[in-house]
Ligand binder design. Structure first.
Ligand code: SF4
Length: 656
């Protein structure tokens, strides 16, 4: 690996052929280093991983460095920019629009074009397909098109002239999926089909990780793009998510409910052996349910033998899959939902069978709560190694650029996803002025297992109150887990915080997205009055997915290190990496500190933001852990003792 610490680098001149793409009059600290490093990496067909805090201007930086190569190369290179959310995709399209405009205003002719994509189920107007799961949406759409029963698709054929004009209009522009939906609605065209038709005219495609990570979607997607992986420059935004997305994609699960539905399908088709199989499987799952508390490792070979004691494997699973496909066709012919449990259960056991001798998987039975709140059981195939999905992809692309604000130590990331030795690792400076952040760590306090008692929670509540009173306007409090939140709650945190005069907002485990959105809007509006307090959990949606610049959050208090429960799957992951410190860091320490870093970063989103970060757990700064904290506040943490008023004094001094 080639590690570059930007503190040791001097500002370098950006070559003029690259600089013309940068749409602002001047670059921020570190942007020049990033642009030159990316440009160099791409020219040498190498991978590059960059740690850059939020507010750095990473999107415009990476686009400015990559686009000149697209123009200069004879290889018809494409950029595939992977994001997690629609908001992030919109941001990429907005920055690309700025660059295209800037080039045209500067007198350069350019035919650069880009588009952001969403899945079929959110780029479809047909009421029967909308909001279906991806596989059902695909089946329904194919059938509707075969039967010419989707007017949005037939309109494309009826109006070839209008379609051509639309495709020409979209080319050489940066088009967001929401804009395409709007245009297509006006024309009565299918947005999904139009996006497919325009894809091979675009240089930059912005989409979700799944489009390339899923081996099933990947081939089809590349075919629509009329390209191959060796012509793809891959950009992964918020790359710290990539390992988890990859392992989730390679994992699978079978719920008790799915087996009950399998039996119903088999009964309606009158296939007694499948009904017998389903009932035997339910009995096995019931037996497991009686033995487990939360999660229990099981032998994949023994379980397979037990479940299939009267059936031949893999022939029986193949048969289930075939029966499921027939069921899907039958349902479609009757205009019904084609979802098949014969198909999904058959696919699950084929997966189990194919993976049961692989060391990269962990097999378990676990309990879960149904929507109705009842306790149920499921079988799980848990992927332990993101390399299985990522290595075949990363070894074939022309080059890849990985960006994140919470990816340090970088070499852990490059190692876990299997990037080659030649990969460049770059750590960029924080754009935030040091004096804008006060980071404090309290000695003598922890949410460590044995310390979770009323005395500890009361101490936490006292510190939270002190900080909330001293921080002006809005404050976020993020706990290590719902268990800690519950402990604080039982020990009276609500009344204590309400007595500060600020309005309290409590994140609930089962809140719907809409309820949460409404709550966040109200919390944000509290800046008009005395301020609000948002009480949530590290790793929760408000600690990771929301931005709170300016007074929307002037401080983040992190109560405890958000380590995951040491479940059997975490232990399996540690063992998979050799049971060493490295395994513990990958499986246990890094994810915990990433959650804490994400929560701590909520109030600092732009270079003008000021905020206090209060780390309420002495373990945050222990020598083994400190390296996992984000560099932008790690270097300036002040240690405070348990003296009364010390926290208040430090915060008041900062806000003076
Ligand atoms: S053709 Fe388009 S609008 Fe029609 S069902 Fe398929 S995705 Fe939906």
């Amino acid at each position: 690996m080639y590690y570059i610490d930007s503190k040791q680098m001097h500002t370098t001149e950006i070559p003029p052929e690259v600089k013309i793409y940068f749409p602002f009059p001047s670059v921020r600290a570190g942007q020049d280093i990033a642009i030159n490093s990316i440009y160099k990496a791409l020219k040498e067909e190498r991978h590059i991983v960059i740690a850059a805090p939020n507010g750095f201007g990473k999107t415009v930086t990476v686009l400015s460095a990559v686009l000149p190569l697209i123009k200069d190369s004879d290889e018809d290179l494409r950029i595939i920019y992977l994001c997690r959310t629609h908001v992030e995709s919109q941001h990429v399209i907005a920055e690309l629009t700025k660059i295209i405009k800037h080039l045209r205003n500067s007198g350069f002719s350019t035919n650069l074009g880009g588009i952001s994509l969403r899945g079929r189920n959110s780029m479809c107007f047909h009421p029967q397909v909308l909001d279906q799961d991806p596989m059902t949406a695909q089946l329904l759409c194919r059938e509707l098109r075969n039967l010419e029963r989707c007017s949005y698709e037939t309109n494309l054929k009826k109006n070839p002239g209008a379609l051509k004009n639309l495709l020409d209009k979209l080319t050489s522009h940066a088009v967001d999926a929401s804009e395409l939906l709007e245009i297509c609605r006006n024309w009565g065209f299918c947005p999904y089909q139009v996006s497919k038709l325009v894809l091979n005219r675009m240089n930059i495609i912005v989409c979700n990780y799944q489009w390339l990570f899923s081996p099933y979607i990947r081939d089809y997607f590349l075919e629509s793009l009329d390209t191959t992986l060796d012509h793809v420059i891959l950009i992964i935004d918020e790359a710290h998510n990539a390992p988890e997305v990859a392992t989730e994609l390679a994992s699978d699960q079978l719920t008790y409910f799915a087996v009950q539905q399998l039996i119903k399908e088999a009964e309606s088709l009158d296939i007694p052996p499948v009904v017998d199989f389903g009932e035997h499987l339910l009995t096995t799952m019931d037996e497991l349910k009686d033995k487990i508390t939360d999660e229990m490792p099981i032998s994949p070979q023994l379980t397979c033998r037990k479940v299939f004691q009267n059936f031949e494997m893999p022939a029986f699973s193949e048969q289930l899959i075939k029966l499921g496909e027939n069921w899907q066709k039958m349902q479609l012919n009757q205009g019904k939902n084609p979802r098949s449990f014969l198909f999904s259960v058959g696919t699950f056991w084929m997966n189990w069978f194919q993976k049961m001798n692989s060391k990269g998987y962990f097999f378990c039975a676990s309990k879960y709560s149904t929507r109705g709140g009842a306790e149920s059981v499921k079988l799980e195939i848990v992927s332990l190694d993101p390399k299985e999905i990522l290595a075949p992809l990363l070894s074939k692309v022309y080059s890849s650029i990985h960006f994140s604000g919470t990816i340090e130590p970088i070499h852990y990331y490059t190692d876990i996803i299997g990037l080659p030795e030649s990969t460049i690792e770059l750590s960029l400076p924080s754009p935030f002025p040091k004096e804008n952040v006060l980071a404090v760590n309290l000695k003598g306090i922890s949410t460590q297992g044995e310390k979770r008692n009323a005395e500890t929670y009361k101490k936490y509540i006292k510190y939270c109150r002190e900080a909330v009173e001293a921080i002006p306007k809005n404050v976020g409090i993020f706990t290590a887990s719902f268990e800690v939140l519950d402990g604080l709650s039982k020990n009276g945190i609500s009344n204590e915080l309400k007595s500060t005069g600020k309005e309290l907002f409590f994140e609930q485990k089962d809140m719907s997205s809409n309820e949460n959105e409404r709550m966040i809007a109200k919390f944000k509006s509290c800046t008009q009055g005395k301020g609000g307090i948002l009480l949530g959990v590290c790793g929760g949606r408000n600690a990771e997915g929301e931005d709170f610049p300016g007074d929307l959050m002037n401080g983040a208090i992190i109560c405890g290190v958000p380590f995951a429960k040491p479940t059997p799957r975490i232990k399996a992951l540690i063992d998979y990496y050799g049971g060493s410190q490295k395994g513990k860091d990958y499986a246990y320490n890094m994810p915990a500190f990433r959650r804490a870093n994400q929560a701590a970063g909520r109030p600092i989103r732009t270079v003008t933001d000021r905020a206090v970060i209060v780390l309420l757990d002495y373990r945050f700064t222990l020598p083994n852990y400190r390296k996992f904290l984000s560099a932008w506040f790690r270097e300036q943490i002040i240690m405070l003792s348990d003296e009364p008023g010390a926290l208040t004094a430090a915060i008041r001094k900062f806000w003076k």
